[in-house]
Design a binder for this molecule. Structure first.
Ligand code: GLU
Length: 469
């Protein structure tokens, strides 16, 4: 049997963290089994589905690297197929027309609720043949009255539901459109889905879907209902907790590798291992090790993973993402040090790529103004001599290397008989605009002599202006 899984988002919003994790689990299982991964857009809710949401979902999947083997399929393009099968079920007596007006059903349900019963359709039109001419109707599935539906869930174990608890589901609305549960069933069948991995919010649909599959003579897939993700306060994850859209994580400066690693551990484990490369996840993943309990979001851990990947991934890979952040800042990195060299000296100083781009702008463009506090503290008249002296030393260096730069700074301090900080701090503020940077020798080494001379000049002018004002 070929394993086929699917991710079936409804395009009513962005790809959120929960959806992405479901997609990842589905994808990992397929890859682990050498099967196929189907992407299906469940856009039958025409009012709420938007092209922008479809684009956002596809973008999120691509950013995470969850490439699909088949699709994207769109349910709105398959209405003829659904219709054909509804007709078939009608002809076989496995579905029937129900002419009950909505108000009547509402009244029945109200009465049931008042009696403390579960509201359900009482099967009024199940066996009636006195169909009124020209009246609107819905089509209902003739659910078995007896027996038990057994779900063997990979995460939750065996779940049994009595058929008498299920009423006759509407499969076609009065406007002729098929309903959600019916489309899912037909698609899962037509697309050869062998394993349904989805959120536990769908667990109530599963027995109904199994009954419809059986009525159609379709094989029943295996199921894995994944639990919810909670915020770090134990409440249902929502915008209050920060980013919930996957693309927001890109915008905030996370690497897709970190997000994937984070998501896989949010409900799945392999011993106490925390770090998983994509290859390892594929190799080790299995549905049965997914936890049935809800998982709580933990931003600190995501940051920790992001730092890990920024430091350990090949710098040229990290650079592909970092350049995007520079672009967002309007900083052109074509001229200046290689992004790899910036990553090498900044990776262990930041939490995110966004932060890395923000604090590394001085490598690619002149900073607009000095950081006020740093300038106030370090660009004072006493800094004039050290700055001039170090400028001269740096200008006369024959070889431009971190060692030579280090020497030049050292020598300047020695000759002026001052501590290193008296030279280093003004120089740092002059060159980077702020009091914070990696060590000066490696920082300066990524810039060229002219840039450094210019920036020291600028700092000297600042000091002069300050003296005169
Ligand atoms: N379209 C459903 C959703 O976005 C998923 C349905 C399914 O996986 O069966 O929640």
């Amino acid at each position: 049997m070929t394993v086929v899984t699917r991710f079936a988002p409804s395009p009513t919003g962005y790809l959120h963290v929960g959806g992405a994790r479901t997609a990842l689990y589905s994808w990992l299982y397929t890859k682990n089994q050498g099967g196929e991964f189907v992407l299906r857009i469940e856009d039958t809710d025409i009012e709420r589905s938007t092209q922008a949401a479809i684009d956002a979902i596809l973008e999120g999947m691509q950013w995470l690297g969850l490439e699909w083997d088949k699709g994207p399929y769109y349910q709105t393009k398959r209405f003829d197929r659904y219709k054909e099968l509804i007709e078939q079920l009608l002809a076989e007596g496995k579905a029937y027309k129900c002419f009950m007006p909505a108000e009547e059903l509402d009244a029945i349900r109200e009465a049931q609720k008042e009696r403390g019963e579960k509201p359900r359709y009482p099967g009024t039109w199940r066996d009636r043949t006195d169909h009124p001419e020209g009246q609107p109707f819905v089509i209902r599935f003739r659910n078995p009255l007896e027996g038990t539906v057994v779900i063997k869930d990979h995460i939750r174990g065996t779940i049994e539901i009595q058929n008498e608890e299920l009423d006759d589901l509407i499969i076609q609305r009065s406007d002729g459109t098929p309903t959600y549960n019916f489309c899912v069933v037909v698609d899962d069948w037509d697309m050869g889905v062998s394993h349904v991995v989805r959120g536990e919010d769908h667990i109530n649909n599963t027995p109904r879907q199994i009954n419809i599959l059986e009525a159609l003579g379709a094989p029943v897939p295996e199921y894995a209902h994944v639990s919810m993700i909670l915020g770090d306060d134990g409440k249902k994850l929502s915008k209050r907790h920060g980013a919930v859209s996957v693309m927001q994580y890109r915008d905030d400066g996370y690497l897709p590798e970190a997000v994937l690693n984070y998501l896989v551990r949010l409900g799945w484990s392999h011993g106490d291992q925390e770090i998983f490369s994509k290859e390892e996840m594929i190799e080790l993943f299995n549905l049965d090790a997914i936890s049935p309990s809800a998982s709580a979001f933990n931003t600190e851990k995501l940051i920790w993973l992001n730092q890990h990947y920024m430091k350990t991934m090949p710098a040229e890979e990290v650079a592909k993402h970092l350049v995007w952040h520079f672009e967002q800042l309007g900083v052109d990195t074509a001229n200046g040090p290689s992004l790899e060299s910036v990553i090498a000296i900044q990776a262990d100083r930041v939490k995110t790529l966004k932060e890395m781009a923000e604090i590394s702008q001085y490598f690619y463009k002149e900073y607009d103004s000095f950081d006020e506090k740093a300038a106030k503290k370090h660009l004072r008249p006493v800094a004039k001599d050290p700055l001039e002296a170090v400028a001269a030393k740096l200008a006369s260096l024959e070889q431009w290397s971190a060692e030579a730069i280090h020497e030049a700074i050292n020598k300047t301090a020695e000759e002026l008989e001052v501590g290193m900080g008296k030279v280093g701090m003004p120089l740092r503020v002059a060159v980077t605009g702020s009091g914070n940077s990696p060590s000066l020798d490696v920082t300066l080494n990524l810039l060229n002599k002219e840039q450094i001379a210019q920036r020291i000049d600028k700092a000297l002018k600042f000091i002069a202006d300050r003296e005169n004002s």
